[in-house]
Design a protein around this ligand. Structure first.
Ligand code: HEM
Length: 382
């Protein structure tokens, strides 16, 4: 799969762009806010009567739109054809991987050519190439030609950063965009979906979170400094991620040689291993671990625990991974989710329809937000 290959490419072009460029943009929060505002107006409208929205679908579209504003720049981010392409290609990749995993390993190199989802992925890579080409032409990029970084016109998007980081080495720009979508969209939108559902299931939080957001934005605007001030919101999201981390096991690896652990246990070569995420529900670490406590990480943060912020990680909270391959997109994802929640709470009244309790769905190792989750929303009076 082309998108997957870009992430595992040993030259690490995409990973380096994510680490060095993606988290370093001062204008990023404003851009996220601008695109989310447009998406909310288009999708949730200005209607000030309660109406039901398909939260499960809309959260993905909000994250897709915010992410695309930085991945491909405003022009493609606003293009409905690009939005559709990115959403469906990442879904097709996930479904294709699920279908392949159900087959014996020896059949996969052959069968993947015939699986409908993966055939669709290949068509979509071709479409992405065609849609990116006019931008490449306008900017004068060529996949095999080297442009001296200092001589490039500046664009603040991954199309440019990939070109700079590749520095003349061949790479597949379309596959890289699909790879960004695969890495970023599903994970981040799952976190956004469940965080808002958890907040709505604890409606006392809403006025407190609104107040925090109002003050932060009045003082600093939709900037990195403003988002940093959303500390209760940060804590609430991290609590959601603790209770529903996305995966029941994380950090999947294969032992390439016999490995003897400090306790003497030997993992034989060829063994597949993963880390059990249930440490995040250990009562010795998190008192009352199965209850949602939006203030839990705020209290820890105030007591000086440096790992208590959403984008931080520790052996007790591994939803963003840990160690060398820790998620390099975690700051980007945290900013997106915080901006989306603050903006939604400031602009809309939000509630879960009466009589409904959203369920978390476990599928294999995945922990998914209720795929049928609906919300009732109405625009707040200014
Ligand atoms: C809530 C959102 C996200 C979650 C929960 C998440 C989770 C993770 C985890 C657990 C890993 C490590 C996997 C391992 O060690 O086996 C990882 C790696 C990675 N993530 Fe994320 N991620 C999120 C968002 C993003 C975003 C927004 C991007 C890019 C913009 C991104 C890009 C990557 C990349 C490139 C890697 C591979 C790093 C490497 O191999 O060195 N992620 N992510």
């Amino acid at each position: 799969m082309d998108g997957q290959r870009v992430v595992t490419d040993p030259r690490k072009i995409l990973i380096n762009v994510t680490k060095t460029k993606l988290n370093n943009q001062s204008s990023q929060c404003e851009l996220f806010h601008e695109h989310l505002t447009e998406a909310l107006e288009e999708i949730w409208t200005d209607c000030d009567e309660w109406h039901t929205v398909d939260w499960s679908q809309h959260a993905v579209r909000f994250i897709g739109r915010m992410s695309a504003s930085v991945f491909v720049g405003p022009e493609l981010a606003r293009d409905p054809k690009w939005q559709e392409l990115i959403l469906s290609s990442s879904m097709n990749t996930f479904m294709g991987i699920r279908s392949l995993r159900a087959l014996p390993a020896f059949l996969r190199p052959l069968v993947h050519w015939f699986l409908p989802e993966l055939r669709k992925c290949r068509q979509q890579i071709r479409l992405a190439r065609a849609m990116l080409q006019p931008i490449f032409d306008r900017r004068g990029y060529g996949q095999s030609q080297s442009i001296e970084p200092g001589k490039m016109e500046k664009f603040e998007d991954t199309i440019q950063w990939l070109e700079e980081t590749a520095a003349g080495r061949p790479y597949d720009a379309a596959a890289a965009q699909i790879a960004f979508a695969i890495s970023a969209m599903h994970t981040t939108s799952e976190l956004l979906k469940q965080s808002l559902l958890d907040i709505c299931m604890h409606p006392d939080l809403i006025p407190v979170l609104r107040d925090e957001a109002q003050k932060a934005i009045e003082e600093c605007g939709w900037t990195t400094a403003g988002v940093f001030k959303l500390q209760l919101l940060d804590s609430a999201i991290k609590e959601t991620q603790r209770l529903k981390p996305g995966l029941l096991v994380n950090l999947e690896r294969k032992a390439l040689q016999d490995v003897t652990l400090p306790n003497g246990l030997t993992i034989p070569r060829g063994t597949n291993i993963a880390v059990d995420a249930s440490i995040m529900w250990d009562p010795a670490i998190y008192p009352n671990p199965l209850s949602y406590d939006a203030y839990r990480f705020l209290r820890l943060r105030k007591s000086g625990n440096t790992a208590a912020a959403l984008a931080s990680t520790s052996p007790e909270h591994i939803a963003f991974g840990i160690g060398k391959p820790i998620c390099p997109g975690r700051f980007f994802a945290s900013n997106e989710v915080k901006i989306a929640l603050a903006k939604i709470l400031l602009t809309y009244d939000v509630r879960i329809p009466e009589g409904i309790t959203p369920k978390i769905v476990e599928m294999g190792f995945e922990m998914l937000c209720d795929p049928d989750a609906k919300l009732e929303v109405r625009k707040r009076k200014d």
